[in-house]
Design a protein. Structure first.
Length: 112
């Protein structure tokens, strides 16, 4: 095999490897990073971490039996709602990444 042909094959394989790394690996980290950033911003509103930390404390520092019961009920509801929202957002990010993975495969399939 001549040197120019070997060079072209080498460059083609290098570009193919770089495309696959860019398309699949780097895009995963971008989508994961943006999802985590969005969940962190959302946690400022839903306050799941703070709610979990204060789960067994009474609501509004009311140390009566009613304060403990209401704190448990309200915080349980807040944890359930926040958990569903976080799960839905993570599921949407996962579906977006699966769709992103399928784009080159779909293009190759439609061109054949």
């Amino acid at each position: 095999m001549s040197f120019p042909l070997l060079y072209l094959v080498n460059r083609f394989l290098f570009r193919l490897k770089e495309f696959l790394r860019h398309w699949y690996v780097n895009s995963f980290w971008i989508i994961a990073g943006r999802t985590i950033n969005f969940l962190e911003r959302l946690d400022r509103t839903l306050a799941l971490k703070i709610t979990l930390r204060n789960f067994w404390r009474p609501l509004y520092q009311d140390y009566t039996f009613v304060g403990y019961i209401l704190g448990f009920l309200f915080r349980s509801g807040r944890i359930i709602v926040a958990g569903f929202i976080y799960f839905f957002i993570a599921l949407m990010a996962f579906c977006l990444y699966i769709l992103w993975i399928a784009i080159p495969i779909y293009i190759i399939y439609r061109s054949i």
